[in-house]
Design a protein around this ligand. Sequence first.
Ligand code: F6P
Length: 327
Amino acid sequence: MNNKILSIAVLTSGGDAPGMNAAIRAVVRTSIFYKKKVYGVHRGFDGLIANEFEELSTKSVKNILNLGGTILKSARSEQFRTVEGRRQAFENLRKQNIDALVVIGGNGSFTGANVFNEEHGMPVIGIPGTIDNDLYGTDNTIGYDTANNTVLQCVDKIRDTASSHNRLFLVEVMGRDAGFIALNSGLASGALDIILPEENKTIEELFKEIEKGASNKKTSNIIIVSEGNKLGESFSIAKQLKEKFNQLDIKVTILGHLQRGGSPSCADRVLASELGVAAVEGLLNGRSNVMVGKMNNQLVYTFFEQAIYNKAFINQELLRISKILSI
Ligand code: F6P
């Protein structure tokens, strides 16, 4: 164990995700378990620059395991993109006698953390917290399971009203560069079709799916649209469908930020707890500039550069299965 690290700071950055609080709790309690001081930084990298540190105790993180959002608050920091911003952040950390940093966030946050480490040499470790699941080096990111379940609950409800009125619904889900939520919730909710950013689906292919659904006498149809898909935004897809199938009653529901809220699922709480412990133990064992994740049930540390740039691929087998089952 690295005894040079006496004090650790933790922050949450980027889009919040259910389970971030469970990860904060795990980082705080593990640090204290190893007799280290631990500070929470408010508002992500912005708070690092604005000197918003708070020493945390085991009690500071009581009763947060079940809470959505992040008690530390989060931000997408513009200032941290600048050399000057990162220099100020480093000075503040030094003044506070902090030796290492834990960043809970997604690819934007790890890009910043990576540059920060290269410029200032401070040990940094990342915990994947994003609903998008778009990081290489972990099978699941924290928040992804909860977001999938939230989407599923919503789509099940939409299906009730869709079948009552024989309507077709386009349901737009989050994931601007990655279709993980769309694929999984689409498969689990029995969607007629799923439009993913990873595919080059044409409007004609979508027309065919709808015609197939009609010839199979489907009374309701749900199409899951991932934001960031290449066909365009949901309302414009709906317009094209209406032009082609004038008789169809088409509605659009954009689930938006409700996908980011809510109490984390059991799976997310367990994952956050494991990764929080592994992050602190990783730092104390001399690891830096890596994201901790879980692949094939094993804890793994992946260099930030790989976690960010090696694309996490959607499961083609799930896509194939969803096509078979949506006939
Ligand atoms: O990164 C998570 C995410 O929820 C994406 O799915 C979505 O595109 C984006 O954040 C929305 O970000 P914001 O809340 O900053 O608008």
